[in-house]
Design a protein around this ligand. Structure first.
Ligand code: ARG
Length: 592
């Protein structure tokens, strides 16, 4: 199935070539959905950009294109507005055909890509022996949405959870684990370390206060790196306890990460020597003050002196950079990545710029094996400072997610006091978690955003509850019509693949126009790796549906054919909302 934008673009290309010669056939006709429905459904902006090149004024260019444009069966007669915008309004019969195609298409017009890539998505990546806090929310939620979108488009997605599971602090942590005997219960499989934050703090306190402990901790680092068996076992227990904790958060968040996606920093140990040796051989890394570093152009200190990316410390140890460089070699060389997306805080920009530059110099990355830093801003409190608890501590992710459920339950209890407790708890979970995830995904990821329960949980506006509510409405119409067969999951939609669609009201026209744009939007998200584009789209779709719901009676439609057509629009809209939210990792309730 072709969406109108693609079809129109093809017709425009032909018209441009006919009017100005084949050398202009590749010109992007710049077809965009119209901002204001008054001017039609789409707008072609090509006349302005083409004008200079063909030496005519834009309105003449527009007229020449329209002259040769073959869109009679797609659009009403196009007209030229302002300096040379070409306004296009789709014909009703064309939209009806498109709507019927959608109703028969299980992929809802989202075509799989012709050339699937292997895409590594590096996301979540928390640190072992530390509790996940609100800072880990963004990477986890954004990364998971991107992985789902890319996968749905047919790409081979490899999720990588680059756990921070290595480094000198592990000496202290392991020694503390051994000292306090918490290892015993860990070994038996139960979560030994109930409170990772406490554990880390206590270990650190002991390290600072107790010289003997500090000395033993340093020896532990050596033992860990040397592969001492008992030490490795303790280290493994630390990881198990942390994994248990991470998995709890992933489960609550409905995130697709599981143990097999874990590929932590320690995994790259055996590659580190070689990585640095290769960089030195190629003259990319050089010795500097006893360490080994890469001088990346443009990275200077305040005095203007170049600052190297350290790939080997002066004590011979390796750090974050050497690990990431080794991970690139592994991801391209062994996993065969065509594209690697690092969903990491924008504050790590310098690190990734330097690492990617170095890897390009070394030939590990190039145009066909590209890495991108999918950076995101900080979550702020209502005071516009980094989000903290009232007591000024970082917010634990687990606490945040619990609060989401509680707040959602209170709102739902108010809206529907009749709902029984079990159902309310289930709905509150879906709505509360959905609100938090959507609140994060819907803001332009590069920007900081203010965390506000009120905004996220509002039933009006660009929020998860608003979208979920649109879905609930669509499904409830179908239930009232008696066409939703009840099952455990809440209902099987009727087969509408052969229903003929009749659009009589402008709001129906507007709804279908939105529905046919899903494929294009999903493609955009895969390109720019910006989930908020999908959120904006779903919000517009839900808004169009609410308008349709207000203006167009379904049950009491004038004719049976019109009723069936409208019921089919409800089915397709419900599917699109559910599929779109699912790509964001958000569930839908059947009632709320
Ligand atoms: N563990 C790191 C942190 O918490 C994030 C790792 C991101 N991924 C990477 N390949 N560097 O900041």
């Amino acid at each position: 199935m072709n969406d109108p934008q693609t079809t129109l673009a093809q017709r425009f290309a032909a018209a441009i070539a006919a009017a100005f010669g084949d050398e202009h056939a590749d010109t992007d006709p710049l077809i965009r959905p119209a901002q204001n429905p008054k001017f039609g459904d789409y707008q072609a902006n090509v006349a302005m950009s083409l004008a200079k090149r063909v030496g005519k004024n834009p309105r003449e260019v527009a007229a020449a294109i329209i002259d040769r444009l073959d869109v009679a069966e797609l659009c009403e007669t196009p007209d030229v507005a302002g300096p040379g915008f070409i306004n296009l309004k789709l014909r009703t019969d064309y939209l009806q055909r498109l709507a019927a195609d959608l109703a028969a298409d299980p992929r809802l017009g989202v075509a799989a890509v012709a050339q699937p890539q292997t895409v590594v998505v590096d996301y979540s990546s928390p640190n072992v022996a530390k509790e996940m806090h609100v800072g880990h929310l963004r990477s986890t939620v954004i990364g998971d949405a991107l992985a789902r979108v890319l996968e749905f488009l047919g790409h081979n997605v490899i999720r990588q959870n680059h756990l921070g599971d290595w480094g000198t602090q592990f000496g202290m942590l392991i020694e503390y684990l051994a000292d306090t005997g918490q290892a015993e219960s860990a070994a038996s499989g139960s979560a030994a370390i109930a409170d990772l934050n406490q554990f880390y703090k206590q270990a650190k306190a002991k390290f600072d206060a107790d010289e003997d402990f500090a000395e033993r901790s340093r020896k532990r680092v050596v033992a860990l790196q040397g592969g001492d068996e008992a030490t490795r076992r303790l280290w493994q227990q630390l990881i198990e306890a942390s994994k248990h904790h991470f998995n709890e958060a992933y489960g609550k968040l409905n995130v697709t990460l599981v143990d097999e996606h874990i590929c932590g920093e320690s995994f790259y140990n055996d590659l580190l020597d070689e990585t640095v040796a290769m960089l030195m051989d190629k003259g990319i890394a050089v010795e500097t003050e006893g360490a080994v570093g890469v001088f990346v152009p443009g990275f200077n200190n305040k005095e203007g002196d170049p600052v190297p990316l350290i790939v080997r410390k002066s004590d011979g140890g390796y750090g974050y950079a050497a690990t990431d460089l080794s991970a690139i070699r592994y991801r391209v060389g062994t996993l065969h990545a065509d594209r690697i997306a690092y969903v990491v805080d924008a504050r790590q920009s310098d690190h990734f710029e330097q690492v990617f530059w170095t890897a390009e110099q070394a030939g590990w990355l190039d145009a066909a094996h590209a890495a991108e830093h999918v950076k995101f801003g900080t979550i702020l409190g209502e005071d516009h400072k980094p989000f903290k608890t009232r007591a000024g501590e970082t917010v634990r992710l687990a606490d945040l997610l619990n609060e989401a459920g509680e707040r959602a339950a209170a709102i739902i209890a108010e809206k529907d006091p009749e709902m029984d407790d079990a159902r309310r708890a289930a709905v509150a979970h879906v709505v509360g978690i959905g609100a938090v995830k959507y609140g994060d995904l819907s803001s332009d990821r590069i920007k900081d955003y203010v965390f506000s329960w009120e905004r996220m949980l509002a039933f009006e506006g660009n929020t998860a509850p608003y979208l979920q509510n649109a879905y609930v409405r669509a499904r409830s119409i179908l239930r009232k019509l008696g066409v939703l067969a009840e099952d455990a999951a809440g209902g099987v939609e009727p087969d509408v693949s052969k229903t003929s669609i009749t659009l009589v009201d402008p709001v129906e026209h507007a709804l279908v126009l939105k529905l046919v744009q899903l494929g294009d939007v999903v493609g955009q998200v895969a390109g720019s790796l910006e989930p908020h584009r999908l959120c904006n789209y779903l919000y517009e779709l839900a808004t169009a549906f609410h308008k349709f719901f207000e203006a167009c009676p379904v049950m009491r439609a004038e004719t049976d054919a019109l009723r069936d057509s409208r019921a089919a629009l409800c089915v397709v809209t419900a599917r699109a909302l559910r599929a779109g939210l699912d790509l964001l990792g958000i569930d839908v309730p059947e009632r709320m």
